[in-house]
Design a protein around this ligand. Structure first.
Ligand code: PLP
Length: 362
């Protein structure tokens, strides 16, 4: 059976050049970057080099880059590392931000429009004298919708409030720099790098308390022996050229609309990362859709992979005003480096059958 992986927003395969760059650090260059001898110095040099390259790509300075153990950790550090006070975020954030915010005592969750956009005017209204952080994601992982980051950041700047963005789903798909933001999160496994390594950019002069205490790694900002191979892989992956998938995703979307009645597209149709489309299918449930497509060899997701196992409808779609029923019938298709036109044709050849079967059963 043909196998089509259309879940690149959940994770991406390691790019072969990235693996090659990492291999020495999983083998003979195994040193601890804190050691003074040559093994340690080799590891330290590799981390320093990776930091310079990431900083350059983001338009940052080396000292502003902290390597973390994941995107989740970077998000948590931004949210828990800021001083006590009021936080503003959006209702469509990834759980790495949302669940962290739920642990803070005073948080405002901004609404989004029907097409998944945060309105800068809503942000302006929510700002208070004691607001200490605003955290709004760059691109949404479920719908792909791109937020007006520059405008949102400008509102924060006007009020002197630090602005964090979770750029996990934007980096590698869009030009991402730190020009407008004070804090920014990346995760390597979303752009063909290894799992278990991320970045938190922290603008110079910002005071942020560490999440982890121990050794003096990462200039006392993130304790723990560095994942040298992971960091090397992250830097290599970050330099891969972005690929545009708009033609493939638009072909999929047009094919779905043409062949399947009762299909509803979720998220902004144009202001989106080019690899992501999200549809709800009347009369279906996502568990049936995912299973039915899996049986046909097509791997998709209902939204955030981190919410898998939960039969709750997507909080993102609910925040957009999508009904519970429609939110429970949503599938996210996310394309990546291996996706071909033949894959899109294959999805379009099996999807109507899967949906017909589900509708007849219900
Ligand atoms: N933020 C967003 C938008 C994500 O999509 C993800 C992963 O799905 C994360 C954060 C978490 O990153 P990590 O898997 O590195 O912990």
């Amino acid at each position: 059976m043909r196998r089509v992986y259309a879940d690149y927003n959940a994770t991406t395969p390691l790019n072969p050049a990235v693996l090659e760059a990492m291999l020495p650090y999983l083998g003979q260059k195994f040193g601890n970057a804190s050691s003074i001898h040559i093994f340690g110095r080799d590891a330290r040099a590799a981390i320093d080099d990776a930091r310079v390259r990431i900083a350059k790509l983001l338009g940052a300075q080396e000292g502003e880059i902290i390597f973390t153990g994941s995107g989740t950790e970077a998000d948590n550090n931004a949210i828990f590392g800021i001083r006590p006070g009021h936080i503003i975020t959006s209702s469509i954030e990834h759980h790495a931000v949302l669940h962290a915010c739920q642990q803070r005592p005073d948080v405002t969750y901004l609404p989004v429009s029907g097409d998944c956009l945060v309105d800068p005017a809503d942000l302006r209204k929510a700002i208070r004298k004691d607001t200490v952080l605003v955290s709004i994601m760059w691109a949404n992982n479920e719908t792909g919708t791109i937020q007006p980051i520059s405008e949102l950041a400008a509102v924060c700047r006007e009020h002197g409030i630090p602005f964090h963005t979770d750029a996990v789903q934007a980096f590698g798909k869009l030009p991402v720099t730190v020009a407008d933001v004070d804090l920014l999160t990346l995760s390597a496994h979303k752009f063909y790098g290894p799992k278990g390594v991320g970045v938190l950019y922290v603008r110079r002069g910002m005071k942020l308390t560490p999440l982890l205490y121990g050794g003096s790694h990462e200039s006392d900002r993130r304790a723990g022996t560095e994942n040298v191979a992971g960091i090397v892989g992250l830097a290599k992956a970050a330099e891969l050229p972005a690929v545009d998938f708009v033609e493939l995703t638009e072909k999929l979307a047009a094919g779905i609309v043409e062949a399947i009645p009762g299909a509803h597209r979720n998220g902004h149709p144009r202001q989106r990362v080019s690899n992501t489309v999200n549809f709800s299918f009347d009369g279906c449930r996502f568990e049936g859709l995912l299973l039915g497509l899996d049986l046909e060899g097509v791997a998709v997701s209902s939204g955030s992979a981190c919410a898998v196992g939960s039969l709750e409808p997507s909080h993102v779609l609910l925040a957009m005003g999508v009904s519970r029923e429609r939110a429970r019938a949503a599938v996210r298709f996310s394309f990546g480096a291996g996706t071909t036109l033949a894959d899109v044709d294959y999805i379009l050849s099996v999807l109507p059958r899967v949906i017909h079967r589900l509708r007849t059963l219900s």
